[in-house]
Design a binder for this molecule. Sequence first.
Ligand code: PLP
Ligand code: LYS
Length: 419
Amino acid sequence: MTHFPYLNGQLHVENVPVARMAEEVGTPFYCYSTAAITDHYQAYVSALQDLDAKVYYSLKANSNQAVVATLARLGAGGDVVSLGEMYRALKAGIPADKIVFAGVGKTRDELAEALKAGIHQINVESESELDTLSEVAKSLGKQAVIALRINPDIDAKTHAKISTGKSENKFGIDIDHAAQIYSRAARLPGIRVAGISCHIGSQLTDLTPYRAAFSRIAELVTSLRRAGLPVERVDLGGGIGIAYRNEQTIDLKDYAAAVREIIAPLGCAIELEPGRSIVGNAGLLITRVINVKSGVSRKFVILDAAMNDLIRPTLYDAYHDIIPVMQPSNDDPVSRVDIVGPVCETGDRFAEQRAMSPLQAGDLVAICSAGAYGAVMASTYNTRLPPAEVLVKGDAFQVVRPRPTYDAIIGQDSVPSWL
Ligand SMILES: Cc1ncc(COP(=O)(O)O)c(C=O)c1O
Ligand SMILES: N[C@@H](CCCC[NH3+])C(=O)O
């Protein structure tokens, strides 16, 4: 938490007191540290320095323009999963030749726009998508540079909802059919098959599944080359997990060592698509206690943030640390409380029976590790306003996405004249 210190008894983001931002911005809001984003990105760059490896930041984790621009300025490429994300990447300053487009269901329009923009690579996930892309490319007089995304049938040992590399998952091409489809791709008009891509899941905390996937990729590349097919690139996806509660996760140095041992000898250009490990622990969700309610069997701390702001606890039973903005003292009593939001669902709960120092209405708390898959998954459920987003750099902070007004949200609806 070096970028989120308690100074003079108050939580800060870099040098800015959280309470000051809360006064100016109102709650709830996400707050990101530029220094943390930079450190996490540079950790990749330095761990992989000796390898010909390029980082394509996965925008799905956090696609706020200020966050993407921070990474663009550091030289990162972008991994996008939709046309919307491609526009975001381009607008934030990531050039087209540093954009990779992955995703299991790209439309013809999306493929066409990606080709017109001249992006670095399209990761193709099925034989039928390959045929569509070939047609679209031919009709535009373009050549699509692709990597074939393979599904290595490996259990990433992560939450089932974010595991992507087992044969029963919708992603990628079965590794057993990959050679045949790769060879077909090499003969298709409008297609230049440049390599293989693979992403086995998100929030991986154990290196073993990566090592297994890397070995399968290496075997495939070797057999493709034996068949006379060139393979220039290998995209290893993202997925490295972060510590949400001091748990052991993958050390980048160990990850890099596995890449060095298993992938580097292939002599391919290496591509990575990290998301969470760059922004996850660079962001907090700041929220205020609305009320503390004592039930018969439980005490509930009701926040002004809810599942519509941060859905991870509801969707994946995910753990997020929750800390008070005013530093508690060591002799404060600790009691177990449920920390919940105001939405009309029992699942709208950030923590169950969590040991906390005393909280009362008006207190500010920070939900930690909220920089990835937080704001991007927010909704207006219960006609709640999505949270604002703030970026901090040193002493400076700025709202980088304001909280919309109710009129802006309700005004998107219309009542038909024939009603
Ligand atoms: C194809 C692809 N690449 C990269 C990522 C980024 O993953 P993470 O945020 O776990 O690093 C994802 C999401 O899991 C993905 O689906
Ligand atoms: N939304 C998920 C991660 C999804 C990864 C998408 N490829 C999470 O919060 O953990």
